[in-house]
Design a protein around this ligand. Sequence first.
Ligand SMILES: Nc1ncnc2c1ncn2[C@@H]1O[C@H](COP(=O)(O)OP(=O)(O)OP(=O)(O)O)[C@@H](O)[C@H]1O
Ligand SMILES: [Mg+2]
Length: 250
Amino acid sequence: MNAIEYRNVRMAYGDKVVIDRFDLDVPQGAFVTMIGSSGCGKTTILKMANGLLHPTAGDVVVDGQNTKAVDLTALRRNIGYAIQGSVLFPHMTVEKNIAYVPSLLNKADKKRTAQAVAKWMRIVGLDDSLRGRYPAVLSGGQQQRVGIARALAASPDILLMDEPFGAVDEITRVSLQDEIARIHQETGITVLFVTHDIGEALRLGTKVLVMNEGAIHQFAPPEEILAHPATDFVRRLVGKERQRGGVQAR
Ligand SMILES: Nc1ncnc2c1ncn2[C@@H]1O[C@H](COP(=O)(O)OP(=O)(O)OP(=O)(O)O)[C@@H](O)[C@H]1O
Ligand SMILES: [Mg+2]
């Protein structure tokens, strides 16, 4: 069973075609990392999975349902979306930010919402003392953790992440990587994760999608990408990282 299927997808902005004949199956429970040159269409592909964008042609099928024919509010309830940068509500505390979706869903059940907030703060490594703080007085890494906790708090089956760890320092990034890998293992959630860091792509992905200019160069487990790069583009990408000594699959 696939969590997400792209079937012969084409996407044009005006008369500029950015994706054409794009096919991809994201199996349930997979952690797919997506890497490719800037502007190759990664964010566009991600946004088609929760109906923020619709393909110009072709179909995107999520949990067996075509995004063209499905109620988007219901679809998004089941899909967490975490992006780079501050996307928190500035006038809401950490607690309110994380509780935003669960409290919409369990309006009457405040206790359940509070428990969910506590659980997710612990999982992403946020100290409980930060509950009442506002986003402006959090570090960048803490803000990203709140964003991830908020995306996860509604217990979605699918998590879309668009360069979620881009703006943090190396140490914070490694600890966030460890946490997301653990969350994936513990919950069995399906993850589609965009990164521009090949080390991160190989480290986190159960499968890695390498793209260039809207075309798929390789879609394979990290070991296979490393051992048998399918094109020169993939070889160069992996080669640079090899020289840095940073390549390590989980
Ligand atoms: N709303 C839009 N209108 C017109 N062109 C757009 C729009 N959104 C994206 N594009 C163009 O489509 C192409 C793909 O954009 P997309 O954001 O999907 O790339 P990306 O792979 O996520 O890039 P990056 O790595 O820089 O985030 C780019 O050339 C971009 O300029
Ligand atoms: Mg992008």
